[in-house]
Design a protein around this ligand. Sequence first.
Ligand code: CAO
Length: 416
Amino acid sequence: MEALKGIKVLDFTHVQSGPTCTQLLAWFGADVIKVERPGSGDPTRGQLVDVPGADSLYFTMLNHNKRSLTLNTKNETGKGILEKLIKTCDVLVENFAPGAMERMGFGWEEIQKLNPRMIMASVKGFGPGPYEDCKVYENVAQCAGGAASTTGFLDGPPTVTGAQIGDSGTGLHLALGIVTALYQRHETGKGQRVLAAMQDGVINLCRVKLRDQQRLAAGPLTEYSQYGEGIDFGETTPRAGNDSGGGQPGRILKCKGWETDPNAYTYFITQAAAWPKICKAIGKSSWVDDPEYATPNARLTRLNEVFDAIESWTMTKTKFEVMQICNPLDIPVGPILSMKEISEEESLRETGTIVEVDHPKRGKYLSVGCPVKLSASPAKVERSPLLGEHTEEILKGELGYTDQELDEILNSGAVG
Ligand code: CAO
């Protein structure tokens, strides 16, 4: 039994943020009907194309387990079909530019009138305020949400991260809002609006950086490397390079092969409790009781020396050997895994986090499966739909149009 079986989602999402959300709902068992513009569909179908004539990986990896309905929602017949769909679905998800749903004639007021139980969920770049009308993309959200100003090295420019925290991160937030609203609907019988602004989602993920902003009032942030290096703090949370955010000094260190392999590195945390074991492992047993090194406070001004010593040791081992040696000793380390290594990792295939999917036009490709595992609702990853693949099935099966009505709809240009 799938957890969201019976829930119908009218999916007006495109690009990345919204599709991430509806893909999760689909994996949890919801029937997700992706509404796409006739002829072109979600613009990502044709972006970053690697197999000519086939939907791109950008699209296929974000739209598993959905059905595709082509519908021109600005055409009169199309509007009528959309009204019917709104009446039969539980959730409408959209990430259009601000005001697009209203311009289409389907703002929250109209949707409530058509279906008071409908949950209308939106991703927007910003919440209400000076920027609410702006169109926003991933890196804009990373910048406006505080991630870029706190990422990178102190002597370098603000930096964006490879993790799509603005798009996929906001999609995750929205999915939680939707299932929460569905839960509340059991009590109230009514739908509600759910808004996840990309700026807000990124700020939420940067929570510890706002923590540090406030801690500055009480003095320098001693766990940041710049403290040990004698560099003054300014008025705002600085970029911390690869420092660990939890108050335990950590860095990325070279491992065997670093000269030729850009990912032959390990993360290494000098967690206080593990200090004696770290010293013994790297051949510096004398540091265990030496008052110059024995306590976290004593080490703060010596972190460069400490990490240099650890690195001299990690450079003699592969990143996996470092893991094998340190894990049993409870020394927190982690290999820097490349995307190639992740795609080839057997254990990730076994858990369904990395899955191989077959597609009629592009053949087999790798995708990321559902990252949240429900014991009673396992997610089976199915390929993304071709454009309009389920149009007829939905119009006849869900909305009850006859063959003759279907012909009229086709002739009207509302679908196709
Ligand atoms: N039938 C008829 N019209 C349709 C349609 C359909 N099936 N689907 C979309 N359209 C229309 C919309 O109604 C809109 O028309 P108007 O401009 O006349 O209102 C038009 O297509 C364009 O939609 P859009 O505004 O969403 O697209 P855009 O390329 O201008 O902007 C984006 C893209 C992503 C910047 C914008 O949608 C946005 O800011 N979304 C919110 C934030 C977000 O999710 N960003 C992340 C995107 S991933 O990096």
